[in-house]
Design a binder for this molecule. Structure first.
Ligand code: SF4
Ligand code: SF4
Ligand code: SF4
Length: 234
C-alpha cells in the first residue's frame, strides 16, 4: 500500500474534523473499570504535541519495523475548530494555528479485529488485556484490517503479517519500560498507565481533564484518550 493511500485510510479513521470535543462527548471516567485486571490506556494531549515525529522514529526502532514505517502517525490539522471562525484570519479552516493528532490503534476493549481473526493471531494478551499479535498464526487474510473501524491495522511488508500498536507489549512493557513513543516524547504529550489503578497518574489526570474517545459509539471501547485543544472563550 502506498504511503498516500495509507494516509488517506488513516484520515478516514479520524473522520471529518476529527478531534472535536462536542460531537464525541467528554469522558473523565473509566467506564470499563474492572478492578481485577489492569486497563492500560494512553492519553494524547493535543495541547502539548508539537508534531516533531520523535514518537514515529522511536516506534520504528523499538519494534524493528520496516524502514520508514511506524505504528503511529501524526496528522497535522489546520487551525480553528470546525464551524468556528479563526480570530486571526476570519476563516473557518486555516493554517494560522498548527495542531496535531495521534493516529494509531485504539486498543479497543471490544476489538473487532480479535473477533474476526480466524486463526487467533489477533488476540488479547491474557495478562495485560492488550490487543496484540501472535505472528506465527497470522494467515495474512486481512480480515482484521477490514474489520477495524479505525483503519489502524496494516500488513508488515517484510513479514506479511498484520500489525498494530500493542503499546510495545513485548519490546518495552515486558522489560518494565514505558512504550517507546511515550519515552521519546520530549513534550509530555503522551501519558501511559493503568486506568484501574487509582494511584496511577493517568487516573488522576483523567479525573481533572476532559478527554474524548474516538468513535466510541461503535461499542469498541477504545483505550486511547485524547485531550483536545480547547480555545479560550470557546
Ligand atoms: S483500533 Fe482496530 S486494530 Fe486496534 S484494537 Fe481496535 S479494532 Fe483492533
Ligand atoms: S490477517 Fe492475520 S491477524 Fe488478521 S485476521 Fe487474518 S490471520 Fe488474523
Ligand atoms: S506504544 Fe509502542 S507500538 Fe504503539 S505507537 Fe507507541 S512505540 Fe509504537
Amino acid at each position: 500500500m502506498s504511503e498516500n493511500l495509507e494516509r488517506r485510510r488513516f484520515l478516514k479513521f479520524l473522520g471529518a474534523g476529527s478531534l472535536i470535543v462536542a460531537p464525541l462527548g467528554c469522558s473523565s471516567v473509566d467506564e470499563d473499570k474492572n478492578s481485577n485486571q489492569p486497563h492500560y490506556i494512553m492519553v494524547f494531549d493535543q495541547n502539548k504535541c508539537v508534531g516533531c515525529g520523535d514518537c514515529k522514529v522511536a516506534c520504528n526502532q523499538a519494534n524493528n519495523l520496516p524502514e520508514g514505517k511506524s505504528r503511529v502517525m501524526m496528522e497535522q490539522q489546520s487551525g480553528g475548530v470546525e464551524g468556528q471562525v479563526c480570530p486571526q484570519c476570519g476563516k473557518t479552516s486555516c493554517e494560522c494555528e498548527r495542531k496535531y493528532v495521534r493516529v494509531s490503534c485504539q486498543q479497543c476493549q471490544n476489538a473487532p479485529c480479535v473477533t474476526v481473526c480466524p486463526t487467533g493471531a489477533a488476540h488479547r494478551d491474557a495478562k495485560t488485556g492488550i490487543v496484540t499479535m501472535d505472528k506465527a498464526k497470522c494467515a495474512g487474510c486481512k480480515y482484521c484490517i477490514a474489520a477495524c473501524p479505525y483503519d489502524a491495522r496494516y500488513i508488515n511488508k517484510e513479514t506479511d503479517v498484520a500489525d498494530n500498536c500493542d503499546f510495545c507489549l513485548e519490546s518495552k512493557l515486558a522489560k518494565g519500560e514505558l512504550p517507546a513513543c511515550v519515552q521519546s516524547c520530549r513534550y509530555d504529550a503522551l501519558i501511559f498507565g493503568d486506568a484501574n489503578d487509582p494511584t496511577s497518574y493517568v487516573n488522576k489526570l483523567l479525573a481533572v481533564k476532559d478527554s474524548v474517545r474516538i468513535k466510541s459509539h461503535f461499542g469498541t471501547q477504545p483505550s486511547l484518550r485524547y485531550i483536545p485543544i480547547v480555545k479560550q472563550g470557546v
